[in-house]
Design a protein around this ligand. Structure first.
Ligand code: AMP
Ligand code: ZN
Length: 122
């Protein structure tokens, strides 16, 4: 828990969110400014800023976090199978476009086509 972190406050319930999932280690909720019909954010409850702070001994919980992604996508309206699917985005650091400094996976689905170029702003 970091005192000034928006997503720590959301995970602890101090700031309200539209929660879709919670367990001992993780919390997921609807993005407040959705980019598609399905746009969830999945976060670890522990305060980790980004993937740049991950060490090899984080592999276990990080693997669990990744394994939650398809379950949350399916439970929240992303069509299953090769014709359905979803995107997973993790922005890391300023050059990576990260605005909230607590690790999160965007789970985005329900719309096509995608612009996959992801060109950074000049
Ligand atoms: P990023 O730019 O990858 O750091 O993504 C931060 C995301 O958090 C953006 O998509 C915002 O719309 C979302 N966001 C910011 N504040 C809130 C909030 N209070 N509840 C839900 N989502 C939020
Ligand atoms: Zn935090």
């Amino acid at each position: 828990m970091s005192d000034n972190c928006l997503f720590c406050k959301i995970a602890s319930g101090k700031i309200p969110s539209k929660k879709v999932y919670e367990d001992e280690d993780f919390f997921a909720f609807h993005d407040i400014n959705p980019a598609a019909p399905v746009h969830l954010l999945l976060i670890p409850k522990r305060h980790i800023v980004s993937l740049q702070d991950i060490q090899s001994d984080d592999a276990s919980w990080l693997g669990k976090m990744l394994a939650l992604v398809p379950q949350l996508a399916a439970d929240n309206g992303c069509r299953p199978g090769p014709e359905g699917g979803f995107r997973v985005v993790a922005n890391n650091g300023t050059d990576g476009g990260q605005e909230v400094a607590h690790l999160h996976f965007h789970i985005i689905g329900g719309a096509r086509p995608w612009d996959k170029r992801a060109a950074p702003a000049a």
